[in-house]
Design a binder for this molecule. Structure first.
Ligand code: C5P
Length: 238
């Protein structure tokens, strides 16, 4: 799974996603299914993607009481996706329960990786201080969340590229850093605050890229995807 690029399928339906993947020759590429698509289609979309050999990151960012998260994860484990995530802000007991649910629900020797969201990449320091009332520096807080996520069973974190090196230093090189907020040079930043190019991510401790609009909203999504692959896997700046 290391060094994969998960393409964010931020589409309203499976039909839209299928059409996008087929018309841009992206069949079989790793994909991220988020709330928009999953809440519409449910496990059906996972079945369809698996039939078409897509590795899947199920990005549902669970955040509830520990028992509820454990039971939800027990069911999610049966979908046999590569990765699923929780908000680290749910606390250590919730993270342990998520892991327990994945362990209990897993079958066929399949192990779904548990990833923790530290602080959303759309969050900035000022918002974290003034709205969440979390004092201090955003990157230090994100590392703190990663450390306790790891201690409680997480296999990695979703984090900004700008924090990936610190995450590795604090949690070890095998702790996965999954980085959204990726933009090709020419693309708009949209609502992401801490953006980076695939090449910058490659050079700064990112293990797994998550990319959406830079590809899905590009004039030529196939070419944009190829550009991401070139930068990410071969370090070729374009
Ligand atoms: O379009 P863009 O490349 O910004 O898409 C990023 C994707 O990654 C979205 O689906 C978003 O929900 C997701 N994501 C994120 N920040 C996180 C976790 C997931 O942007 N911390």
């Amino acid at each position: 799974m290391n060094k994969s690029i998960y393409l964010a399928l931020d589409f309203p339906t499976w039909a839209d996603s299928k059409q996008f993947l087929e018309s841009n020759n992206l069949q079989g590429s790793p994909v991220k299914v988020g709330m928009e698509l999953f809440y519409r289609e449910g496990p059906y979309v996972i079945e369809k993607l698996k039939e078409n050999n897509h590795p899947i990151f199920l990005d549902l960012k669970l955040h509830d009481i520990p028992t509820t998260v454990m039971k939800a994860m027990r069911n999610i484990a049966k979908l046999e996706v590569d990765m699923v995530n929780v908000h680290a802000l749910g606390g250590s007991e919730m993270i342990r329960s998520a892991k327990e649910g994945l362990d209990i629900g897993g079958s066929n020797g399949h192990q779904t990786k548990l990833i923790a969201v530290t602080l959303l990449t759309s969050m900035d320091n000022e918002t974290m201080n003034s709205e969440l009332l979390l004092p201090g520096e955003l990157d230090k807080n994100a590392v703190h969340f990663a450390e306790f996520a790891k201690q409680n069973g997480a296999d990695g974190v979703v984090c900004s590229v700008y924090e990936a090196r610190q995450m590795k230093a604090a949690c070890g090189s095998s702790f996965l850093t999954v980085t959204p907020g990726i933009r090709l040079k020419q693309a708009s930043s949209d609502d992401q605050k801490r953006i980076a190019t695939p090449n910058f991510a490659r050079e700064n401790g990112s293990d797994v890229l998550v990319i959406g609009r830079s590809v899905t909203k590009a004039a030529d999504p196939y070419q944009a995807y190829k550009q991401v692959v070139k930068e990410w896997q071969h370090g070729i700046k374009t």
